[in-house]
Design a binder for this molecule. Sequence first.
Ligand SMILES: [Zn+2]
Ligand SMILES: [Zn+2]
Length: 477
Amino acid sequence: MKKFCDSHPTRKAHWHCSKCNAQFCPECVVQRESESYGRRKTFHFCAKCNQEVDWVGVENLIEPFWSRMPRIFAYPISAASVILMAVLALVTMFFSGPGLFSTLMKGAMWLIVIKYSFESLKATASGNLKAPPVNSQTISEDFGLVFKQFGIYIAIFVAFWWIGAKVGPLIGIVFLLGALFFVPAMIILLVTTGSLINALNPVMFVGLTFRIGWAYLLMYFFLFLLGSAPAYLFQFLIKFLPGELHLLLYGFAESFYTIVSYHLMGYVILQYHDRIGYQVNFEDFEDPNAEDYKPQEVDPDADVLREVVPLIQEGKLDEAISIIQKMTIHQGIKGINLSERYYTLLKMQKRQGDLLEHAVSHLDKLTDKKQKNKALAVFSECRKMEPDFRPAADALFKLAGWLNESGKTQAAVSLYNLLVKSYPQHPMVPKAYFRIAQLFHDGLMKTDKAKKILSALQMKYPEHEIIPHVENFLARI
Ligand SMILES: [Zn+2]
Ligand SMILES: [Zn+2]
């Protein structure tokens, strides 16, 4: 029985409260982030009793692979992987001729397909059901597992050759068919343990096959179909298309089915992770097909943060500052996380000039995200350093509103005044005047002044959308 969210009966529950037995989907659970030593960690709490909740586990969130085959099949249909497969097919076609260099190029393309497939398998096994991005890490770095997989095939064919020579060719072929049957189990062991010795250990791979049970047979059947699909496709479809396309389409189909096959093996690891003894963490789980799926946000400055966070941890703050400046010189700082780090670094290193310059865009981001207290703190810090410090008009408008909310009416009025004086042409100006009048009347008991401002507004902006409000207000006071 699957568990469902208490408030959303059609959404699977991801979290369970052991105290009050409540169940929550990702939208309903209470999330809190805490940061220590530059690492952000998310904690989840019960929305009813505030107890920390437990993850229900992946079993509740995924369906068995046999009822997911169409989606498993559609796995490589993402912009990045389709482009990758197309480019690889093109290069393979271009180097289809004989010769050492062409052979090397074809081999390299094939290695990239296998490498990307392995990455797909690993991501799937850990719970991420979205095809991996295409980058140096997924297609060109660390071929350890890929070569170990070749180790499996080499070991099987050496044994086959030896048995064929010593015992007889028929026994050799029986051995070969048997060994090939266990290859998926060997690959699963290779990924989950990282060890070729474990993968080739009959106790381990036979044991694993039996633990998965009849589903292993089913998976093998699907893998067999996927393996022979490109040939069938050629037989029934590609053959009838123009000759120039044959190699291209065949190459594309081969990459496609290879990626799907590895994804399927990864999915079997995920589905049977308990029996296989493989840990799946909630942080890794991501299913783009789920009803309540929201893509995990990637920090827009992730590449910069990756460089900078270790430097900060090592205490190399000046170095961190210059890396940020260098890496954001063209596009600027995009997200709030990097912006905040940069601000803190500049403050710690007392780089006043840089800090005041950065504070303007930092305040834009803070006010945009409605981070009231942080924004007010940054503003007052900067004003202390430089009494003439001026945020942008929109930020000023929000800051003034928050100051008023926290009871600082006089300070709010002077911020609206600052906006009006610093940006006289800005579209926010009439609204700022109106707010000043309201504050004069409501907070500061200066109704005369308020009236004066309102009449001036009517004179100066007779067509503005705010005028009806102005008239209303005037009639009231
Ligand atoms: Zn609870
Ligand atoms: Zn819910």
